[in-house]
Design a binder for this molecule. Structure first.
Ligand code: ATP
Length: 291
């Protein structure tokens, strides 16, 4: 996998090696909500996976559990690099190479695109080092990441002067600056119009493919899942009800995903992206699930 050269263009396909494995991972929140029934899942290197499901199906919980922002109530998460991820040192190491892209991009609005992308480098340095100006290598890397998402000309433009799609592309560049092995994207196009959604996902899937980054994206738009996913995981009521290629998404499986776990009447969006407000927020503090 090419992690150190953001300008690389060599295509790599998913391999059989397990990048992340969940064994019996379940999540019950402290208020007693059972968000994920114990599940076993393997994510292979370079695979582009889309999570589908109704609102409340458990997509965000699964993404946050993969990054241990939500600590599972049961089971273990392991990576090929670290083995079972437990203890603060391994969790930190795991998060260093696991980038997140948020629905509301979480940019520093008064800062330039470049400064925002540079924040993706912070975890690579010790706390005292971050008090000093960022090293020239990091600035070069951040600029290359902006180039890769087609925003070199916006390098010094403040984030609040960018369009929604451009902001999300800065979010992708920031994730890339982290030189991630894994990207987790929680409804990254929920606030964007259909054309912009398509462009943002095209960029994300192209870059993930070029760099062999394992990418897991939650979406509410079935058509976008069909177009970009190599693998779709359908969740309903906190259970995996489908796991396969998008070509296998027939009406029976869609019925399982969108009807078997029906909780609040939300329907899949097959035409235009829904402006969907997640109830889970984008806080980055770990949430300990009930044990
Ligand atoms: N911090 C929390 N505390 C308690 N319950 C929660 C918490 N976060 C999520 N839940 C509940 O867990 C279940 C799964 O929620 P989750 O946000 O993972 O679903 P989702 O599929 O991502 O939904 P959406 O598409 O609306 O973002 C829901 O019943 C939700 O209300």
């Amino acid at each position: 996998m090419k992690r150190n050269d953001p300008a690389t263009t060599t295509a790599e396909s998913a391999t059989d090696s397990a990048m992340i494995r969940l064994d019996g991972v379940g999540v019950t929140y402290p208020d007693g909500t059972l968000a994920l029934h114990p599940l076993d899942l393997t994510f292979r290197q370079g695979e582009f996976t889309v999570l589908l499901g109704l609102s409340g199906a458990g997509k965000s919980t699964l993404l946050r559990t993969l990054n241990q922002l939500v600590v599972p109530s049961s089971g273990t998460i392991s990576s090929d690099e670290l083995g079972v991820i437990h203890g603060s040192a391994r969790v930190r190491a795991h998060r260093r190479h696991t980038a997140m892209i948020f629905q509301q991009h979480q940019l520093l609005l008064r800062k330039s695109a470049l400064t925002n992308v540079l924040t993706g480098r912070l975890a690579a340095h010790s706390a005292w080092r971050t008090l000093l100006p960022m090293p020239a290598d990091d600035v070069t890397l951040a600029y290359q990441c902006l180039q890769r998402v087609g925003l070199a000309d916006k390098t010094f433009v403040r984030a609040d002067n960018l369009s929604g799609g451009q902001m999300q592309r800065v979010g992708i560049a920031r994730a890339l600056a982290q030189q991630p092995r894994v990207i987790l994207a929680d409804e990254p196009v929920a606030s964007l119009d259909p054309n912009t959604s398509m462009q943002v996902l095209e960029q994300l899937s192209r870059i993930s493919r070029e760099d062999g980054i394992t990418t897991i994206v939650s979406l509410h738009q079935l058509e976008l899942a069909r177009r970009f996913a190599q693998r779709v995981i359908g969740l309903a009521g906190g259970r995996v009800v489908f796991d396969g290629p998008p070509s296998a998404l027939d009406s029976a499986t869609l019925d399982q995903i969108y009807n078997s776990g029906k909780q609040d009447g939300h329907q899949p969006d097959t035409e235009t992206p829904s402006v969907h407000q997640s109830g889970s927020g984008d806080h980055e503090e770990p949430m300990r699930a009930a044990v």
